[in-house]
Design a protein around this ligand. Sequence first.
Ligand SMILES: Nc1ncnc2c1ncn2[C@@H]1O[C@H](COP(=O)(O)OP(=O)(O)OP(=O)(O)O)[C@@H](O)[C@H]1O
Length: 236
Amino acid sequence: MGPSIEVKGLSLRYGNDQILHPFNHQFDAGGCHVIMGPNGGGKTSLIRSVLGLTPFEGEISIHWPQGSSGKIGYVPQAAGFEASLPLTVMDFVLLNCSQRPLFGGVKRTDRAFALTQLERVGMADKAKRRMGQLSGGEQQRVLFAQALLDNPDLIVLDEPATGMDKDGLRYLDQLMMDLLSEGKTLLMVHHDIRAVRRLEQARVHVINRRLITSGHPDTVLAPENIENLFHPEEAA
Ligand SMILES: Nc1ncnc2c1ncn2[C@@H]1O[C@H](COP(=O)(O)OP(=O)(O)OP(=O)(O)O)[C@@H](O)[C@H]1O
């Protein structure tokens, strides 16, 4: 079962630039939490704070239920891989094997589990390809498979749908539904309003330097609210 995340008086600045003004919030356990908002509003900074990758002020408490793995999977934005890099899809996924000794071999069970995760994103047939030979959307799918290797109960995703074709989006939607039915908590930054409206179970949290609003996609993303939420200076 995934954790809840409690935010108390969270604020964040880079130098003199106040990126997030203090706010309190709760992300419920087992929920599909989608962070949206205008560019530069602080969405990535927020998820990086939850991951402990960015210094912040205030408190972020992750409440793990009994029996959960206490593990977090992170799916960053695909950074692009050099085509000549001799790193296959399988090699790359196995890099995330936390039990693996640095100079040891890979256990057959690890390889089989990695292949299962690649199947979940429709990439098992490309396990022997080089990372740099994949499209951006395919690399994103592999990053997702890699994040699942440690069986995390909290999965944090930064724009998982970027560069994905229809096939990729289908796998992504299905995988997110499966993870939610397994009780995992998902926390993601997403830009695609239409895709988020399709996520029936989602809770949308709009961030623009502070928490603006939070609720079901049908309410938060109602057509009359969009302009105000995503282009506030133009709507004013
Ligand atoms: N390490 C950093 N040092 C200084 N400024 C930063 C740093 N990281 C982000 N910023 C700035 O903080 C602001 C918020 O960035 P952030 O990436 O959190 O926003 P975002 O809502 O995710 O944006 P986008 O939708 O464009 O990805 C931006 O103005 C960005 O330039």
